[in-house]
Design a protein around this ligand. Structure first.
Ligand SMILES: Cc1cc2nc3c(=O)[nH]c(=O)nc-3n(C[C@H](O)[C@H](O)[C@H](O)COP(=O)(O)OP(=O)(O)OC[C@H]3O[C@@H](n4cnc5c(N)ncnc54)[C@H](O)[C@@H]3O)c2cc1C
Length: 375
């Protein structure tokens, strides 16, 4: 039997940062990790470059948490994006801002972020035991007891940092929910979130890999707009992904319609007016030539015109109002029907989990600030 002040389940970024905090405050800490290494999901994040935060005002972050903005407020305001950047910069890992405000380590490597976290754990004597999947956890009169196949770990405090259920190959496969439930917590049904969309009868498989920057996508249900959002949209083999789609995914349901704006006009009328100008301009004789102005990737354009039965080499003189409207509709609101959302294997995060009402959002703030940022 091993005894510590704190036992942490999971060596992802949450478990490691918690280990650093507890170690800073002089607690003896043991992290039990299921896999043979720490931070496997962290290494995948931001396509390996690890997008650690955003440069915007921390107050603007709150709106991105929907109705849980109030819950995360104390955490975000007391350990801000600037604090996080300082944390790494003080440890000689500079950060850089991308044009869209995303913050990455200067080295563009998640491995360096993980390196800092592991080094700080080491400095504080945090013990990390790999290949130790926790099988159960129980409350004891003096704290908690976590059991693995090979060990029993006792501690006054237990921290659940076992992650969600997405990308189970990284080790986080939802074990934490069962542990929390055994300890008396209510679990709000988990589900995949920040997931790509699989499109019904998807005709753009040959366009996989094409990304459209800052593109407006709207979600419709029963012909009513549910939500829209601007962000990069990626065409995949089976549907749509990219930051714009992932951010919208929490509002998307099966059979919803998505309308993606391939051109940057405010209204269809503006788009049509511009098309008329192009189609009647001197010297431009085919649709293909006229379309080059709008910078819609060729493969996508070809596919749309093929599906609508409009030859791209059609002379603009033969375009009537009906054809023009079809073009406008497809450029402004290229339509897709949602077959399903990607499952846990493809979702970046998990929604649901321990009911927020059962967590005190203020409980850790003071010690965190004292421990890491000023310590
Ligand atoms: C493809 C992808 C890209 C992403 N990109 C970004 C990004 O750019 N920016 C961003 O902020 N976030 C990104 N994320 C999300 C981010 O990676 C997660 O939010 C983050 O890793 C969560 O950290 P965590 O410590 O809570 O959990 P995890 O990183 O999931 O770590 C949990 C740990 O617990 C361990 N564990 C689980 N069960 C047990 C058990 N029974 N016993 C012992 N150990 C256990 C697991 O093995 C794992 O090591 C991305 C995620 C994915 C999948």
């Amino acid at each position: 039997m091993d005894c510590y002040d704190v036992v942490i389940i999971g060596a992802g970024p949450a478990g490691l940062l918690c280990g650093i905090l507890c170690g800073t405050k002089g607690r003896s800490v043991c992290i039990l990790e299921k896999g043979d290494g720490a931070g496997k999901k962290l290494l995948l994040s931001g396509s390996g470059k690890c997008n650690i935060t955003h440069a915007g005002s921390i107050k603007d972050f709150l709106a991105h948490y929907g109705d849980k903005g109030r819950f995360v407020k104390p955490s975000l305001l007391n350990f801000t994006n600037a604090d996080l950047m300082n944390f790494f910069e003080k440890r000689h890992l500079k950060t850089v801002e991308a044009s869209d405000g995303k913050i990455f380590p200067e080295t563009q490597s998640g491995r360096d972020v993980l390196g800092v976290l592991l080094e700080e754990c080491k400095k504080r004597g945090v013990v990390i035991r790999y290949r130790e999947p926790v099988q159960d956890i129980a409350k004891t009169p003096s704290g908690f007891e976590a059991r693995t196949k090979n060990a029993v770990c006792r501690a006054g405090t237990a921290v659940m940092a076992a992650g969600g259920a997405s990308y189970p190959s990284t080790g986080s496969s939802g074990d934490g929910y069962a542990f929390a439930e055994v300890l008396g917590h209510t679990i709000v049904e988990p589900g995949p979130a920040l997931a790509p969309v699989i499109v019904r009868n998807y005709p753009f498989g040959n366009c996989a890999g094409i990304s459209l920057a800052d593109t407006k996508t709207a979600v419709y249900r029963n012909n009513k707009k549910v939500r829209d959002l601007c962000g990069d949209v990626l065409f995949t083999h089976r549907g749509l992904s990219g930051p714009g789609i992932l951010d919208l995914s929490r509002y998307i349901r099966r059979t919803d319609a998505l309308k993606v704006s391939l051109v940057k006009f405010d209204t269809k009328e503006d788009c049509e007016k511009d098309l008329i100008k192009e189609f009647t301009a001197e010297g431009k004789r085919t649709i293909k030539k006229c379309m080059s102005k709008y910078k819609v990737p060729q493969r996508i354009l070809k596919r749309i015109f093929y599906l609508k039965g409009i030859p791209l080499d059609l002379n603009t003189a033969s375009i009537d109002k009906k054809i023009r409207r079809v073009i406008v509709d497809n450029l402004m609101e290229c339509p897709f029907v949602v077959e399903s959302l990607g499952g846990y294997d493809e979702a970046m995060v998990t929604r649901g989990g321990v009911c927020c009402r059962e967590i005190n959002p203020n409980s850790y703030v003071a010690s965190f600030r004292f421990g890491i940022i000023q310590g």
